[in-house]
Design a protein around this ligand. Structure first.
Ligand code: KIV
Ligand code: ZN
Length: 532
């Protein structure tokens, strides 16, 4: 039995299943940034992508393996269908990692066998066995998933798993691909596997689940009680359709309720030894990073990382919390890396104070990034007296999460009001270094700005989402704009913050257009396969 069995292995699939969320496309650099943060968060395994699916996916897995997959870093895993080409591509992509893993899968439910694979059960068993053995010729660490296990016939499932383990799979992952099971059913499924698969003790049981009925996290916790020791999840729960089980919810459930879960790990209930390797203080930062780079906003009432998760609105609650925190709080916001949001800096604060506070917040900036961020901070501090940690974070993210600058917004000016036709003038510097100015009328100031920008950039696109959120309370708050636009079925996101929301809107739009522009000018990639 593995030494891992006495705690939970966190397998993060934000960059694979999470990236399959409609519209969450990330470029290679953005994936690397997320992978580095996942390593800081302390995940045990990063599923970095699906190498055979596209050259872009291959490159991302390859780069992550080479840079984040160090001896002391996480295992770097790639996904592969149970085919020779998929496994070969995956092996090549993860090779540079100190601890590479190939995750191969084939469906086992009758409905998938009949309509998708058009194969019978014996054929599927033979393929699973052969492909696990083939993957073993490249790496020692092979994971096998019977896709749609949740709707597969248990006896057949046991047989496939036994063969996969015999062929060398060290982890067998049980996916509830369509998010169909209830917690007790999922728990029973795992118990059944533990009791009926003869060689199960030679493998780690993993679970993977989708949130179609909002049950993914609950299902996983039931699986843990029945012996699952690896959890496949994503940051903010992003992923196909309704998403995957959310990492932050699982981590905090296992932390806050460790006295409840300890006995299932053979520990005394009051043991304080962590059940996971996750540094909970990195949770909030990781959540913001993933949300910013994917453009997938976190709903305010989302557990753990939503803006309201630690806010107390009603007088009764506020009164209680002031008297004693534990009256209405089961965990401290600082545990997930939220600061007390105290006022830290103002316009007289110097560069050193600025840099020191950023360091305390966990940001290490390059010199150029620091210079730019400091200039921005000074501009904001002139307009906004008090700069909080939230503001700082937003300013810094503007600096370090930018797509390559193709078009640069030099000027934006609007005129609007109830008696005026909203009119905007913009000046942009093009990738060729030319300065172009144009103007447009719109239904409102933002519409006018976007129309004017489009006249300059001239790449057809459809704006599908526009949202403004204030970073802190107060009339002088920074406004953070997130937008998503679509071109040829692909979605590109942009984000920017400013005390002027029209300026933030313009920058967010140019950011998204820059991402689109880079993609249009990149070598063509054709997705060859998809998986959920
Ligand atoms: O949901 C699913 O079944 C998957 C597998 C590829 C593990 O994502
Ligand atoms: Zn999935």
């Amino acid at each position: 039995m593995s030494h891992h069995q006495d705690r939970i292995i966190f397998f993060d699939t934000t960059l694979r299943d999470g990236e399959q969320s409609p519209g969450a496309t990330l470029n290679v650099e953005e994936k690397l940034t997320i992978a580095r943060q996942l390593a800081k968060l302390g995940v045990d395994v990063i599923e970095a992508g699906f190498p055979y699916a596209s050259p872009g996916d291959f490159e991302a897995v390859h780069k992550i393996a080479a840079t984040v997959g160090t001896e002391t870093g996480p295992i770097i895993c790639g996904l592969a269908r149970a085919t020779f080409q998929d496994i070969e591509a995956c092996a090549k992509a993860v090779k540079a990692a100190a601890k590479p893993r190939i995750h191969t899968f084939i469906a086992t439910s009758d409905i998938h066998l009949e309509y998708k694979l058009r194969k019978n059960r014996n054929e599927v068993i033979a393929i699973a066995e052969e492909m696990v053995s083939y993957a073993k010729t490249f790496v020692d660490d092979v994971e096998f998933s019977p896709e749609d296990a949740g709707r597969s016939e248990p006896k057949f499932l046991y047989e496939v798993l036994e063969k996969a383990i015999a062929a060398g799979a060290k982890t067998i992952n049980i996916p509830d691909t369509v998010g169909y099971l209830t917690p007790s059913e999922f728990g029973d499924l795992i118990r059944g596997i533990k009791e009926n698969v003869r060689n199960i003790d030679s493998a780690i049981i993993s679970v993977h689940g989708h949130n179609d009925l909002g049950l993914a996290v609950a299902n996983f916790l039931e699986a843990v009680k029945n012996g699952a020791r690896q959890l496949e999840c994503t940051i903010n729960g992003i992923g196909e359709r309704a998403g995957n089980a959310a990492l932050e919810e699982l981590v905090m459930a296992l932390h806050v309720r460790r006295q409840y879960f300890n006995p299932f790990f053979g520990r005394p209930a009051d043991s304080e030894e962590p059940l996971t390797n996750i540094d909970t203080k990195q949770i909030y930062k990781t959540s913001r990073l993933v949300s910013n780079l994917t453009g997938m906003l976190v709903q305010p009432n989302k557990a753990i990382v939503g803006a309201n998760a630690f806010a107390h609105e009603s007088g009764i609650h506020q009164d209680g919390v002031l008297k004693h925190k534990l009256t209405y709080e089961i965990m401290d916001a600082q545990l997930i890396g939220l600061t007390d949001n105290q006022i830290v800096l103002g316009k007289h604060s110097g560069r050193h104070a600025f840099q020191t506070r950023l360091k305390e917040l966990g940001y290490e900036l390059l010199d150029t990034e620091l210079n730019n961020a400091f200039l921005k901070f000074k501009t904001f501090a002139d307009k906004k007296k008090e700069i909080t940690d939230w503001d700082l974070e937003s300013i810094v993210n503007d600096e370090i999460q930018q797509p390559p600058e193709m078009f640069r917004l030099e000027l934006v000016q609007v005129s609007c009001g109830d008696r005026a036709r909203p009119t905007a003038t913009v000046t942009l510097r093009t990738p060729a270094g030319e300065e172009l100015t144009d103007a447009a009328i719109g239904t409102g100031p933002v519409d006018a700005v976007y129309r004017a920008i489009n006249r300059v950039v001239n790449v057809p696109n459809e704006l599908i989402e526009f949202s403004v959120q204030s970073v802190t309370a107060g009339i002088d708050a920074l406004g953070e704009v997130t937008i998503r636009l679509r071109h040829n079925g692909q979605v590109y996101s942009g984000r920017a913050a400013n005390t002027d929301i029209i300026v933030a809107s313009a920058h967010a739009y140019v950011n998204a257009l820059n991402r689109l522009y880079v993609a249009l000018n990149a070598p063509k990639t054709t997705p060859a396969a998809t998986a959920s």
